[in-house]
Ligand binder design. Structure first.
Ligand code: GLN
Length: 480
């Protein structure tokens, strides 16, 4: 069996036809993933015992004639900011290098209840801060499509694992673009659901009001299936929504006729590049599918990056205060006093980007600056959300690029944090508004680099988003 070409449906058929057992599939998937990992560093560590145990449970159910679950036997990679009981969860940080959580994130629990097989933990930027996966304390990830380039970030590992074919599905996290941007760079599908759609219980917090867990897969249908399993109210996360979970995958019929699509002027001004051309061709394909396309305006877009980097750093400075050498983490040796111990532990444990954000966040929250920066940013966030609310009175979906450029070279933007921050320009607005957004492969540049198209819909309209993305994918993307 060829793991790299499997889909959720093919696995279901294979198991039903007894072409392979779940244990055989898990064994082969682990072997393949471990062998391929030398090329990309997509996984930080594997959990073979847990994987085989999950697979065994599926085989037992099938042998008894029971349903194996919606994701029976499907190999999954889980970003290492999502807690797994008994399996190290490092957040890509030296501080948590040996942290073993005593519980599973709700999303992981639901995955396994549905029969999925977690192979291991995927690499990421430290505490999910970054756009290139180069902030991982355990080395960067290489883009499987172009090994001298970054896979995007912060969920570079999950995106690379799916692109490489070592996992059929992956769980990532997105705060300002960390699922969509790596999906775009690696040529896979990545989905950020509505804020609150998926429980954050067990997702290590970066910026709590912006953090989302979401799926990666090689097809829209498979991301829809994965979201269907992990979505829904969870008592353990009071911000998780009560809204019922519709059958996302069942709604996919390849039709997009009559869908009203808006193109925000602010996202296309000055986008004269190969990316711009590909997105324009993608929009033409949507027109051929029968979508009505019109220009719209999201006037507060220019303030989004500034607004995001104030809010996310403020929340991060507070969330990261718990890593103090007493709980969870490594403790640096030496130091006479408690303060010395904090200082040396945090000084040695955190990488440069985390320190930068803790300092920025502490500054914008400090007395005298709170009103000028943090409170102001919260007001701007409301204006950005209102822009979307206004737009969705006119259109059903908004289409934009995911990133202004395709995957860049390793090291290319490392010395320029501001330029790195600006690369999130198109993904941050959707995160601030808390609406569903996704990246679907649009096409490739002349050099063969993948470019993703972003689709955004109104709160809880994941179905509309998946339907449009699926129709686009079936039509062949920009080439359709
Ligand atoms: N690249 C953005 C940042 O560095 C987004 C990160 C994320 O979504 N986790 O904050």
């Amino acid at each position: 069996m060829e793991v790299a070409s499997l889909t959720v449906d093919r696995i279901r058929e294979g198991l039903a036809a007894r072409a392979f057992s779940a244990v055989e599939l898990a064994t082969e998937a682990l072997r393949f993933a471990e062998a391929e990992n030398a090329k990309t560093n997509a996984y930080l560590h594997f959990c073979p015992e847990r994987a085989l145990e999950a697979a065994r449970r599926v085989d037992e159910k099938l042998a008894r004639g029971q349903d194996g679950g919606a994701l029976a036997g499907v190999p999954v990679a889980v970003k290492d900011v999502i807690c797994t009981r008994g399996v190290r969860t490092t957040c890509g940080s030296r501080l948590l290098a040996s942290y073993v959580p005593p519980y599973d994130a709700t999303a992981v629990m639901r995955l396994e209840q549905a029969g999925a097989v977690v192979l291991g933990k995927a690499n990421c930027d430290e505490f999910a801060m970054g756009s290139s996966n180069e902030n991982s304390a355990f080395g960067p990830v290489r883009n499987p499509v172009a090994p001298e380039r970054v896979p995007g970030g912060s969920s570079g590992g999950p995106a690379a694992a799916v692109a490489q074919g070592t996992a059929v599905l992956a769980l990532g996290s997105d705060t300002g673009g960390s699922i969509r941007q790596p999906a775009s760079f690696c040529g896979v599908v990545g989905v950020t659901p509505t804020y609150g759609r998926v429980s954050r219980y067990g997702l290590v917090a970066f910026a709590s009001s912006l953090d989302h867990i979401g799926p990666f897969a090689r097809s829209v249908r498979d991301t829809a299936r994965l979201l269907g399993v992990i979505a829904g109210r969870d008592e353990m996360d009071s911000t998780s929504a009560f809204a019922p979970v519709p059958g996302y995958a069942a709604a996919l019929d390849g039709r997009a006729r009559g869908v009203k699509v808006g193109l925000p002027r602010e996202y296309f001004d000055g986008l004269a590049s190969e990316t711009g051309d590909l997105i324009a061709r993608g929009v033409d394909a949507l027109r051929r599918l029968g979508c009505g396309v019109r220009e719209i305006s999201l006037p507060h877009t220019p303030y989004a990056v500034g607004c995001y980097y104030i809010i996310c750093t403020a929340e991060a400075s507070s969330n990261l205060a718990r890593y103090d050498g007493v709980r969870y983490t490594m403790r640096a040796p030496g130091g006479e006093t408690l303060i010395d111990m904090y200082r040396s532990t945090r000084g040695e444990g955190f990488g440069a980007e985390c320190k930068r954000r803790i300092m920025l966040g502490t500054y914008v929250l400090s007395s005298g600056y709170y009103d000028a920066y943090y409170l102001k940013a919260q007001k701007v966030r409301t204006l950005i959300a209102r822009d979307f609310a206004e737009a969705f009175r006119q259109v059903d979906a908004i289409v934009t690029p995911v990133s202004p450029f395709p995957a860049f070279r390793l090291g290319e933007k490392l010395d320029n944090p501001l330029e790195m921050y600006l690369s999130d320009i198109y993904t941050i607005t959707g995160s601030l508004a808390g609406i569903p957004c996704m990246s679907v492969p649009c096409g490739r540049t002349v050099a063969g680099l993948p470019v993703g198209m972003q689709i955004l819909t109104n709160h809880f309209d994941e179905t509309g988003m998946f339907r449009l993305a699926d129709a686009f994918e079936r039509a062949g993307g920009a080439d359709g």
